[in-house]
Design a protein around this ligand. Sequence first.
Ligand SMILES: Cc1ncc(COP(=O)(O)O)c(C=O)c1O
Length: 662
Amino acid sequence: MQQLNPQQPNQPLKVSPSGDLSNPQALEQIFQQLVKQLPMNQGEIQQSTSVPDLSPSQANTYGSTVKDPQQSAQQAEGKSASLSSQNTTPIVQGNQPQYYFLAEQTSAVPPSSATTPPQGTVSPSSATTPPQGTVPSSSTTTPPQGADQLTGALPPLFSATEKQSEQSLQQSQEHLHHAPNHQPSAIQMPDEAQLLQLFAQGSHQVPQSQSQLPSTVQESPVAAPSPYGKTPNFYFLPQSPPTLPSEPTQATQIPAQGFNVERVRQDFPALHQQVNGKPLIWMDNAATSQKPQMVIDALAQFYQNDNSNVHRGAHTLAARATNAYEEAREKIQRFLGASLAKEIIYVRGTTEGINLVAQTYGRKEVQAGDEIIVTTLEHHSNIVPWQMLAQEKEAVLKVVPINDRGEVILEEYEKLFSEKTKIVALSHVSNVLGTVLPIKTMTEMAHRYGAVVLVDGAQSVPHLRVNVQDLDVDFFVFSGHKLFAPTGIGAVYGKAALLEAMPPWQGGGNMIDQVSFEKTTFNDIPYKFEAGTGNIADAVGLGVAIDYLNQIGFESAIHHEEMLLNYATQGLNTISGLRQIGTAPGKVSTLSFVLEGVRSEDMGKFLDSEGIAVRSGHHCAQPTLQRYGLTSAVRPSLAFYNTCGEVDALIAAIEKGKKQLS
Ligand SMILES: Cc1ncc(COP(=O)(O)O)c(C=O)c1O
């Protein structure tokens, strides 16, 4: 793995081993070279011009022009859902929207042998969810190695084999931070064997993320003239939006051991409070996630320094605000693996994004008798806009069934297609079941029938690495607030050719080219779809949330969460009378359950009294719950900042609640 130099992030650490490596003097020289390239202290890191790898809670970087090291990740091949055959039954016809439901599949389906994750996602490591009933009945399960405990010792940053060099590094860093003149000469040299190991394993010695940086706190400067450190570019209409070339697909190689949850939690102020006299345990992440200090600071800084409308005024603040707004669009582009920044449209969130596509592409392309396909596990946001369109156009809505584990039945999916199929609208991840849909396979099928595919990524982007080009989806929509960013901001990705051919949605300022009373012409994409003043500050905040994920190492955060989900799944299985809803292999984040004899709403309230925030109810996905004969469920949902200690507390609280409520 190439290790980036924290002082010059685009440069690898350089060592020129000119001498005999068995000679301690030559080795010392090499070590000095390495040391010179390490950050001396937090202050030095922050002062360097283009350093992204700051403590997210300390950095003030929304204008950072740093290149994202994780611009597009390798995408793993997907699995096939298990198949079974069912019949299609029309239930409503005529002028109303028509619905085709397949006969419910109630019998258990043989377990899928496939364990690889769906395409277009980062491979979760080996098959995850253990079969129910196979775990010991004790409610105290042993945390996996390296797992944190709520009150226990922090997990080691490095593996045992790295211990020796880690100690050397710590010694070196201590000297670096305490030596008054910060001179490398103050370092106590490791012995030769340590040095060789250090040299060989140099990549582990440099902070991988802010979580490994010393925890000295440095205030963000409040009023900097330009946070970008460069002359602002001015974007004025009708200038085309900036576009970036597609970056080569590359997985970020941050070892799972590099993720230190306790340090990451320091970045989230909301996690450190008491609720109902207990430490808050935030497990309502599927509804919305907490925000890192870096995002909160970026919002304050925007309003303190740079607040202006964008694309309009010929003055410095307008340029700064416009730059920050457009840089955030580029960050989203890279985060999603899109090839062009103009393929990213700002919206309020997933709901608005789906409505935008339904009301523009949908209204233009869907005619009477045409068909739209959705799945049983959609959020209401990915049902109702299509229902409304179907009603208006006298089109037909068809629904893909799921099996008992919560996987879509691909064989039945394929049966739903005809030459009239125009749109397929799919959740990437179910917000109730956590199922990850095989989007690449499903998209290939849809394209064979000439249909376009919209993916609702609200629940996938916080938990999976997404690459829209690899998935080949036509539209991808997500909400910032589930991705550690502010509420009221999200994005639609659309293939440029489709967006260009689509009519605008809302009319107003920004979306026009020329206006007269006789005729109006429209702006280029993406602005054609961004009428009026957008949510500028929160868009900037979304860009900073993406920076944050890159800085902590998104892949290692994903691994931590995967370990946590396994641990929690096993823990829940120890509770008698508890039934987990959604057991698909490779699922992410959600742990929906019902408990015999206890109303879900009562359990939700009880958990709140214990300081544990979960969602209970229908989760805006009533058809999903109906599939399991339910109207509500309790839904704890995890994020990378949750801990095994919190999971233990959840299990204990459910046991306690069960006794009190049943
Ligand atoms: C799968 C899914 N789609 C869509 C939405 C709607 O997102 P928003 O309310 O941010 O528009 C949600 C929200 O929970 C969701 O989980």
